[in-house]
Design a protein around this ligand. Structure first.
Ligand code: ZN
Length: 280
């Protein structure tokens, strides 16, 4: 079994090394506290390695990992797998192309999940192309079937999702990509928080710009990720963007007509907010 290997799957050794490395990075980047988070990686159509429960993911060793089948039956390992593995198994069941799943509680993404907000604003070119929009799965009681049911609708169309009042989930065709998607989700959330919350001003991409980024993404072979909303299309009564009307979205025009006094007031306000955030 140790060296059994199907096409397109990592070996047992490779999968375990990747899980240990991702666990270290996850903990070092403050994406999890205490023993939180879990990682899994398939090594065949029917089997996968996963992380144990009750252990810090930053300090795992090889013998702590658990080999299970896709129905959740433990094949090898002395530790108990996480109860959140049900969520991972559902991702694999829904989308056979997925070979790795990463779950964490990164602070900015989790804050959006607590606020009940998906990450669906077109604010970063790399986010539109790399991960697309990140929907919010509705609240589900941990450890129950509600959790896998809540994420199932997104598994074939998106690359990850937020879990209401809980954290974030990312999946991909290999473990490193799943981890990088988790990093991208947190970065997207953090920048959204800085711009929306702290600076209070956002220049969102237009429909045209988003269309071109998605075209490029599709050319690169990424067919999942959804489409971030156009704020102007979705807001009644506001000026239309270049795809849906005459004028691109954004604050640039507002700046033009802004008097010097108003500009000084706005900058002072931003500086005040940054200073108070730093004090926190
Ligand atoms: Zn969790």
């Amino acid at each position: 079994m140790e060296n059994w290997r199907n096409d397109g799957y990592p070996s047992d050794f490779e999968a375990k090394q990747m899980i240990l490395e991702i666990g270290r990075r996850m903990y070092a980047k403050n994406f999890v506290a205490s023993n939180d988070g879990n990682i899994s990686c398939k090594v065949s159509d029917h089997t996968l390695w996963c992380t144990p429960t009750g252990v810090s993911k930053g300090f795992m060793t090889d013998e702590m990992l658990v080999l299970m089948d896709v129905d959740g039956t433990v094949i090898r390992g002395n530790y108990k797998p996480s109860s959140e593995m049900k969520m991972h198994l559902r991702v694999y069941k829904e989308n056979p192309q997925v070979k790795a799943v990463v779950h964490a509680h990164p602070p900015a993404a989790t804050s959006y999940a607590i606020a009940g907000l998906p990450l669906n604003r077109a604010i970063l070119t790399e986010s539109v192309m790399g991960i697309g929009e990140i929907p919010l799965a509705p609240y589900a009681m941990p450890g129950t079937e509600e959790v896998p049911d809540s994420i199932a609708p997104f598994v074939n169309t998106h690359n990850g999702c937020l879990l209401a009042n809980h954290g974030a989930l990312a999946w991909a065709g290999d473990a490193m990509t799943a981890w990088m998607r988790m990093e991208s989700i947190e970065y997207y959330a953090l920048v959204s928080m800085y711009t929306h919350g702290l600076i209070g001003q956002v220049h969102e991409l237009t429909c045209d710009q988003v269309d071109r980024l998605i075209e490029r993404r599709t050319r690169d072979g990424i067919t999942t990720g959804g489409r971030p909303q156009c704020r102007n299309c979705s807001q009644e009564g506001s000026g239309a963007c270049s795809s849906c009307g005459e004028r691109p979205a954004g604050e640039a025009d507002a700046h033009k007509s802004m008097g010097e006094e108003e500009e000084v007031r706005m900058i002072t306000e931003i500086v005040k907010r940054v200073i108070s955030a730093v004090k926190l």
